[in-house]
Design a protein around this ligand. Sequence first.
Ligand SMILES: Cc1cc2nc3c(=O)[nH]c(=O)nc-3n(C[C@H](O)[C@H](O)[C@H](O)COP(=O)(O)OP(=O)(O)OC[C@H]3O[C@@H](n4cnc5c(N)ncnc54)[C@H](O)[C@@H]3O)c2cc1C
Length: 417
Amino acid sequence: MTVPSIAIVGSGPSGCYVAQALRKAWADAPISLFERLPVPYGLARYGVAPDHPGTKAVTNQFARLFERENIRFCGNLEIGRDITLNELREHFDVVVLTLGLAGDSRLGIPGDQLPGVYGAGQLTRLLNDHPDEVDTAPVLGERIAIIGNGNVAIDLIRLLSKKADEFAGSDLSPQSLAWLQAQPVREIDVIGRSPAAQAKCDTVMLRELGKLNHACFSLADDALLGEPQSPAEQARLDAFKALIEREQPAEGVTIRLHFGKVPQAIIGQQQVEGLRMTATQNGAEQTLDIDNLITAIGFNQHPQQTLHRDQLCGDADLNLGRLDQGLYCAGWLRRGPRGTIPENRADARLVADAIIAAVNSGRLPLGKPGELPLPAHCVSYQAWQQIDRRELEQAGPQRTRQKLRSRADMLAAARTQ
Ligand SMILES: Cc1cc2nc3c(=O)[nH]c(=O)nc-3n(C[C@H](O)[C@H](O)[C@H](O)COP(=O)(O)OP(=O)(O)OC[C@H]3O[C@@H](n4cnc5c(N)ncnc54)[C@H](O)[C@@H]3O)c2cc1C
């Protein structure tokens, strides 16, 4: 039986899960996975917080694809720059785009472009030593506001209020720790539009906040708690209450939780100075004095991304991820920036099933070689293993690894024998 040749673009969780599902369908199909960075795994490496090594360990499962399932890793190749999408489509029967969405969504209110406004994606990439971010040096002041109350906002509260000894067992680098320690953050106002019961974060994340040794939680005066509509919402509300009612440490970062508040404008001339917001319940206006603001309200296309989601997806019906004949998308690119790593597995299966159905029905013509001349700077899986080995070897005390922070260092390690 003829099998399709397959290219997957993006080696984050979605790309890996798509590869897994398609390998199951066709044991002999040539499958290549292209990645713009010299290193694999997308946000599992560069989004998931450094102090959540258990979550990052999903990469061990993905590694088996390359080590045992004959999936070819082609790193350091950006599709749309090093190889065009058309070239790829000429050489592979099926191309699946799993590019993710790496840009921070903007608030869309006056002042949201002022210096001093940072995105949660940018800061989490910085703390994870992403090579595109390590040369930026955001400076936080004493009083900051975090907009959003999803899991990414919770990650930031935790990372910004931990002291050095609370990072044991993480892969936080000495540079990221030094950056954290240099920020004089004393107060964090966390602003959520929904009532506490309906906040977007997971209860387990809130319980983890309860273990912080240097964070003092309180509820803003007029915070809207809301009525729980399900056992999950009740559990979330209980977790918030437990956080507020716990015995707070004698000193640490003051964290005030606001619920039912909508940001209206960021105030400031040259730099962020304040945030004006209104209460959803009665429209009451409130202004906070702040030095910086961090948006944690979701993601969209990164301005520097070479393949544009809008151009790619257009009006296509993305229910099954089909963009065009032989061209599909999956993961965050397909369904938007929602969901955890495991949720991308179901998404990948759905798109893989659509591909399998198209091939089995004969609707998708096959016969493209599944090979194309690759630029010399392509990083193979074996070369990535050299990088991986170096990172593990140079891990400092109480750290799981020390990531290489620049492309140059990665490529130098990749070349070692
Ligand atoms: C800050 C943050 C923290 C998170 N924490 C958790 C958590 O603790 N637990 C959890 O379960 N989920 C977490 N998530 C969610 C999880 O990371 C996502 O569900 C998942 O990573 C989405 O997978 P993806 O493959 O669609 O996108 P991504 O992981 O973003 O992968 C996309 C990949 O495509 C590559 N790429 C992009 N453009 C190109 C191109 N043109 N050519 C080649 N390659 C390209 C990128 O470099 C990247 O490697 C977090 C997300 C964020 C943003």
